[in-house]
Write a protein that binds this ligand. Structure first.
Ligand code: SF4
Ligand code: SF4
Length: 252
């Protein structure tokens, strides 16, 4: 997935800085629902995301400078009412906005939204200006400050479907887009269309509490679309007009 040409050849279609919702053109619209009532904060999803996407482990020094890269973060949320304090945890990948502010500011169109609603990154086009990092209200984009390094043992377990990012580029969650390509290839070989459950993300697959549901929001019969219209559903910073495709279910 390293180069622009490689992305195109693998079926990642491009539509630079379009703000028109993918929903209107008959494509799938990939989205995620995270049930906060089920999430135990175990961080299996964080580990799965790191391993799946060849993320650097990082050192204590980098952590002290706030330079650890995790495409999926667990954010603490504290609510208080009088003397009662309630702490909960919110897993947060890229919100895959339908109207993403990050794509509007990139001078090289290195970040874009594709017709299936996935907000992508072309690492070879990124010049590291970090406009997109600052435009993201969810702080879901990460600048790669250092040369990628891993302990020797870890290098043996790289995911060959995901490129190792160079120093000086911005990276983020792509909804494990390489898994979509694999699912499409498998369905094509079997002579059928891609079905519900063919394309699952690494974080969803790893969650022991089944708190994460992923799928096509445009399919009204899909589990993700039913959950997204639940009375418990909400979106983070929804009033900004970014139209996230990550929907949360509140506790209760
Ligand atoms: S969450 Fe941030 S990085 Fe992701 S699409 Fe929205 S603005 Fe872009
Ligand atoms: S969808 Fe994939 S890349 Fe995004 S947070 Fe989940 S595991 Fe990480």
């Amino acid at each position: 997935m390293g180069s622009f040409a490689a992305l195109v050849s693998r079926g990642f279609t491009f539509e630079f800085n379009s703000n028109e919702h993918a929903a209107s053109r008959g494509h799938p619209r990939w989205g995620m629902v995270i049930d906060l009532d089920r999430c135990t904060g175990c961080q299996s999803c964080v580990v799965a995301c790191s391993v799946e996407n060849n993320q650097m482990l990082g050192s204590p020094e980098e952590a002290a400078m706030g330079r650890i890269i995790r495409w999926l973060k667990i954010l603490p949320k504290t609510e208080s009412e009088g003397s009662r304090v309630r702490q909960s945890l919110i897993p947060m990948p890229c919100q895959q906005c339908d109207d993403p502010p990050c794509t509007r500011v990139c001078p090289t169109s290195a970040t874009f939204i594709n017709p299936e609603g996935i907000v992508g990154q072309v690492y070879d086009r990124c010049i590291g200006c970090r406009y997109c990092v600052n435009a993201c209200p969810y702080t879901c984009k990460f600048f790669n400050w250092g040369k990628s390094q891993w302990p020797k043992e870890v290098e043996q377990s790289f995911n060959p479907d995901v490129s190792v990012r160079d120093k000086g580029v911005v990276e983020k969650c792509l909804f494990c887009h390489h898994r979509l390509q694999r699912a499409k290839d498998a369905a094509r070989e079997e002579g059928r269309d891609i079905q519900e459950g063919d394309y699952v993300t690494a974080c969803q697959a790893a969650c022991p509490a089944q708190a994460i549901t992923f799928g096509n929001l445009n399919n009204l019969n899909s589990a993700v679309s039913r959950l997204a219209s639940s009375h418990r559903a909400f979106k983070i910073l929804d009033d900004l007009g970014t139209h996230p495709k990550v929907v949360y279910l509140k506790e209760g």
